[in-house]
Design a protein around this ligand. Structure first.
Ligand SMILES: [Zn+2]
Length: 247
């Protein structure tokens, strides 16, 4: 839920959603509310360019990031990786490979905690520490910031902007972070059904959360077919900077 809406609007949205007859409708309602334009938050690029952006959150990890990079390389496709600072520190070589192969990196905080439970000073530290880890390893200060789990409020937004970031979320997610390998067909079909110019798609390249149940094998298995589908639709996957360039 977009809790940067005013409290009055949130209460109104909750009441409206609660009155809907099914969970699917209630969730869909929130997706619609959340996808409304909001100052300071980027959710998609320009619809008149036949481009879109694949974004991978929560890495780098040795389990999946190199394999994702291999697929992107095979297709000569560029993407954006929202990195978690503590993993950047742990796996610097993977970060350097991401840059070397022409992809973009974004700041996804240092420890991937819930920013809504933090004081402004802690939010600032999370973003700063994430940035420092990235700069130390790659020499690059990212342009884009994405709050973990889409949890943000006006403090998060204001602090990110003060630190020179544009906050970028997404407009298509496949819940690839919470499905088993059998779910790869779901990921592909969702993107096939929804993809259009300007989209920012959320995927993940992080390690297993629960062994053999929720991991990123489905994402990895789906990725070549996702790219095939996008290319067949005439949509070129590009980095966020490329997608958002020019207007
Ligand atoms: Zn995340």
């Amino acid at each position: 839920m977009n809790i940067s809406l005013s409290p009055k609007k949130v209460i109104h949205s909750l009441k409206k959603a609660a009155s809907l007859p099914s969970t699917v409708l209630r969730y869909s309602y929130f997706l619609v509310v959340r996808s409304r334009p909001e100052p300071g938050v980027i959710r998609h690029g320009f619809p008149y360019k036949r481009q879109m952006a694949l974004t991978f959150d929560d890495g780098p990890t040795p389990n999946f990031t190199p394999a994702v990079l291999d697929v992107l390389k095979a297709y000569n496709v560029k993407a954006t990786f929202f990195l978690v600072g503590k993993f950047v520190k742990k796996y610097p070589e993977i970060c350097r490979r991401i840059i070397k192969e022409g992809h973009e990196i974004g700041n996804h905080t240092y420890s991937h905690g819930n920013l809504l439970s933090k004081m402004p000073v802690q939010i600032r530290r999370e973003i700063e520490k994430g940035e420092q880890a990235i700069v130390k390893v790659t020499g690059i200060k990212p342009k884009y910031f994405r709050p973990p789990m889409d949890f943000y409020n006006r403090f998060v937004k204001r602090i990110a902007i003060e630190q020179g970031y544009s906050m970028v979320l997404w407009n298509i997610r496949t819940f690839d972070s919470s499905i088993s390998i059998r779910g790869h067909r779901h990921i592909i079909s969702k993107i096939q059904r929804l993809a259009k110019p300007g989209d920012i798609i959320l995927l993940h390249d992080s390690k297993n959360r629960i062994k053999n149940v929720m991991d990123r094998k489905a994402t990895l298995k789906a990725l070549p077919r996702i790219i095939d589908a996008l290319l067949a639709m005439g949509l070129k996957p590009v980095t966020l900077s490329e997608l958002l360039k020019g207007g």
